[in-house]
Structure formats: structure tokens, C-alpha cells
Write a protein that binds this ligand. Sequence first.
Ligand SMILES: N[C@@H](CCC(=O)N[C@@H](CS)C(=O)NCC(=O)O)C(=O)O
Length: 106
Amino acid sequence: MNAALVSNAAVKKDRAIADDLVLYTNPMSRGRIARWMIEEIGEPYRVEVPDYTTMKAPAYLAINPMGKVPALRHGDAVVTETAAICAYLADAFPQARLAPPQQPMR
Ligand SMILES: N[C@@H](CCC(=O)N[C@@H](CS)C(=O)NCC(=O)O)C(=O)O
């Protein structure tokens, strides 16, 4: 396989992962905390930026029925609440070493 094909495959894989991990946030919100956390994870992700009116539209209410940011979609899982998003990301991507390993005593 030549280098162009290899890098094409890598780009496609990154795009697939980015579609799998989506942060809904707005720069004028506490979503910045979740944005910082997702950056620390180091995985490809995509950002959707609902403004403060579209947050109450059906398309976004289907993601977060509270109509607030941030929200995270990871595959079929949707997580809301900034603290919960940070905890979820730390557990879902243990290789980033942002939380102690999950153990029964934790
Ligand atoms: N407890 C939630 C609060 C989320 C929240 O209130 N987000 C604000 C932005 S900082 C929001 O989306 N406000 C829109 C609204 O309430 O209409 C969290 O910590 O994530």
C-alpha cells in the first residue's frame, strides 16, 4: 500500500471517529469546560454550536431535552451536565489517564 492510500485510510478513520464523538457547545457557555476536557482526551471529535435560540428547537431538544449546552454524543450514548461529561470522557478514554482506573472501591 502506498503512502497516499495509507494517509487516506487514516483520514477516513479519523472522520469516522469524529462523527462518533460530538460535543454540542457554545463558546459563551460553561461548555468550554467540556471542550477543554475533550481536547485533553486527544481523540478526533466534532463540534456542533447551537445558539441560544436553536437550543430550544426540536432538533436540539432531541439531543438534550433540557435545551442546554453542553451535551456530548458518543455513538448511541448522550451525556448532559458538564461534570458528568468530564467524568464520562475520563472513563470512556482511560488511555488519556485523566482519572484513576475504574475499580469497585472508586
Ligand atoms: N447544570 C448544567 C447547566 C447547563 C446550562 O445551564 N447551560 C447554559 C449555558 S452555560 C445554557 O445552555 N443555557 C441555555 C438556557 O438555559 O436556555 C451543566 O452544568 O452543564
